[in-house]
Design a protein around this ligand. Structure first.
Ligand code: SF4
Length: 317
């Protein structure tokens, strides 16, 4: 495997630049602690721009590059540019059309886009990528509408949007933080007003301080449903609640009684096998379950369809 690269799904490469593996502040619920504590075994980071570009050049089916961390926005613009500028004007990398950058800087350090020394250079970089005909998405992590109240964050949002980049928002549902449909509804409405596209509600991952922040799946779905009912169609771009689990991203569609059995309805939003995407499946209802691996198949089945050992799994790169 090439260090610092993950082919999570067929069309997307995740890249963890080594200089972007810290954050402006650390969230206690974060599942990426392995990267921060420098656990060599689990760390996925790379500072080799050339191997990134070589890898992309030889994987013509890759349309999306997701630069993530940590928080890539802790990097100086000139470091980020080393990875991204070579995509421009290189016919061998023309198939990489969509660049996403995952960041919580809009909350923790909106000055990154406003008055940091190289803020203007950063915006120019984003603008140049957009001008090359590519989609640039800032995947912004916001947990609460409170995070969008300051003048500086609003200015940062305006400046990013002026480059032609899109801001999409995503967050985990966290007990003691945003376990309230009204918080989500207000957050999504605020985002729509600011030109941000609500994108994902995640289920808190099964790592880190999960027992403090976790919320049962049934409650996650209730919060999602009650929140989404309060926003207009423009806010209903959001998907979830979704678990980023080992086989893929699994959305909880709801709870139903089917053939006399109370079940969770679920489906893959992303799967290690592309054929799983969009396929609904059912699990026994469990009021306490907080993650996919705590669920059991409904209707007396012995395994979920994706647990079939013969199913093809995308090989590691
Ligand atoms: S900003 Fe994101 S990556 Fe950084 S500590 Fe918080 S959740 Fe983790």
């Amino acid at each position: 495997a090439l260090e610092g690269l993950q082919h999570k799904y067929r069309e997307t490469v995740l890249f963890f630049p080594s200089k972007g593996q810290t954050c402006h502040a650390y969230c206690t619920f974060c599942f990426r602690w392995a990267q921060f504590v420098g656990d060599k075994e689990m760390k996925i980071a790379s500072n080799d721009a050339r191997s990134l570009h070589q890898h992309l050049a030889t994987h013509r089916h890759v349309s999306d590059l997701l630069v993530t961390g940590g928080d890539p926005m802790v990097m100086k613009t000139r470091v980020l540019a080393r990875y991204l500028r070579p995509l421009l004007g290189n016919p061998q990398l023309d198939h990489v059309r969509n660049i996403r950058i995952g960041t919580k800087a809009l909350t923790f350090w909106p000055h990154r886009f406003v008055n940091d020394k190289d803020a203007d250079d950063l915006l120019r970089l984003l603008e140049d990528i957009v001008r090359s005909g590519r989609h640039v998405a800032i995947m912004a992590h916001f947990n609460h509408w409170q995070e969008m109240r300051t003048d500086v964050v609003r200015k940062a949002i305006r400046r990013i949007r002026d480059t032609g980049a899109i801001i999409r928002s995503q967050a985990p549902l966290l007990n003691h933080v945003n376990n309230d449909p009204n918080v989500w509804a207000r957050m999504w409405s605020t985002q729509v007003g600011l030109g941000i596209v609500p994108y994902y509600m995640f289920v808190e991952r099964d790592t880190g301080a999960k027992c403090y922040f976790e919320v049962p799946l049934v409650r996650c779905h209730d919060v999602f449903r009650q929140a989404v009912q309060q926003v207009s169609g423009l806010g209903r771009t959001v998907r979830g609640p979704s678990m980023s689990a080992t086989p893929g991203k699994v959305e909880v569609l709801g709870v139903q009684r089917l053939a006399g059995e109370k079940v969770f309805m679920l489906r893959f939003l992303q799967g290690r096998d592309p054929d799983w995407v969009g396929r609904p499946f059912f699990a026994k209802f469990d009021a306490q379950a907080t993650w996919l691996d705590e669920l059991e198949p409904a209707f007396g089945e012995s395994a979920f369809f994706f647990e079939d050992r013969t199913a093809p799994v995308l090989q590691a790169v």
